[in-house]
Design a protein around this ligand. Sequence first.
Ligand SMILES: [Zn+2]
Length: 89
Amino acid sequence: MRSKLRCPKCECKQIMHVPVVRDNGFNRLMVECRTSFFGDQEYGEYEAYICRACGYAELYVKGVQGIRIEQVDGATLIDGEKEHSTPYR
Ligand SMILES: [Zn+2]
């Protein structure tokens, strides 16, 4: 939806971009909070693309390559590029 700007569920072309997703306490939803050494850019913040017709929403995490997986509670990396990486064989 982010790249094609069209809802994959209903084909609507009106997509609402929400640059910062907050909970109802106005806290930002984040996978990991970190400040870059090169400025005050943060990683792990969510942004959303929402279809105006049906409400289908996609969430993306900003700066995902900068996220330290070991710092995210319960997170693991499932690497489909590596052979034998999945327990579902
Ligand atoms: Zn839709």
